[in-house]
Write a protein that binds this ligand. Structure first.
Ligand code: DQA
Length: 144
């Protein structure tokens, strides 16, 4: 069976495509899922893509990823990136490697985005390349 990569998306990312497109681009989350699935097929991987506006869902899904033996988690925690000790702890709590992903480059934006509690626990971070950030993260995860 192909290894599974969980792709977890946090708050407001369900609005991608319509939400501040000058920052986040015109691709919807479904567009990104399609891109990832195409590439995953070539890499003999399976994508499990999810989105929630609720912090606890993201944490439960990280536990689930570990329990089902997922190869890696790509995590765009969106606004929770900068605030969530619980997500930071969840990344540390699971053995599954987590790659932090962002469409925009938070370091080039408002100061409150310069701190990432996710990034302090993640294996690595890919940010600033729009939808391509997800694909680059998948390339990294495929090599774990
Ligand atoms: C984001 C960056 C975050 O700062 C922001 O809160 C988001 C999206 C990104 O993908 O660029 O919601 O994670």
């Amino acid at each position: 069976m192909a290894d599974t990569i969980f792709v977890l998306n946090g708050p407001n990312l369900n609005l991608l495509g319509a939400r501040e497109p000058e920052i986040y681009g015109h691709d919807t989350l479904d567009d990104i899922a399609g891109m990832l699935e195409d590439r995953a097929q070539a890499l003999d991987l399976t994508i499990d893509m999810r989105q929630s506006n609720h912090e606890g869902h993201l944490i439960d899904w990280m536990h689930e990823a570990q329990a089902m033996g997922a190869k890696a988690i790509l995590l765009n925690a969106a606004g929770f990136t900068h605030t969530s000790v619980a997500l930071h702890d969840a990344i540390k709590a699971v053995a599954t490697p987590v790659i932090e992903v962002h469409l925009s480059n938070p370091h080039a934006r408002e100061e409150f985005r310069h701190i990432s509690l996710v990034g302090r626990a993640a294996r690595g971070t890919i940010a600033g390349f729009g939808a391509l950030s997800y694909l680059l993260a998948l390339e990294a995860a495929a090599r774990f």
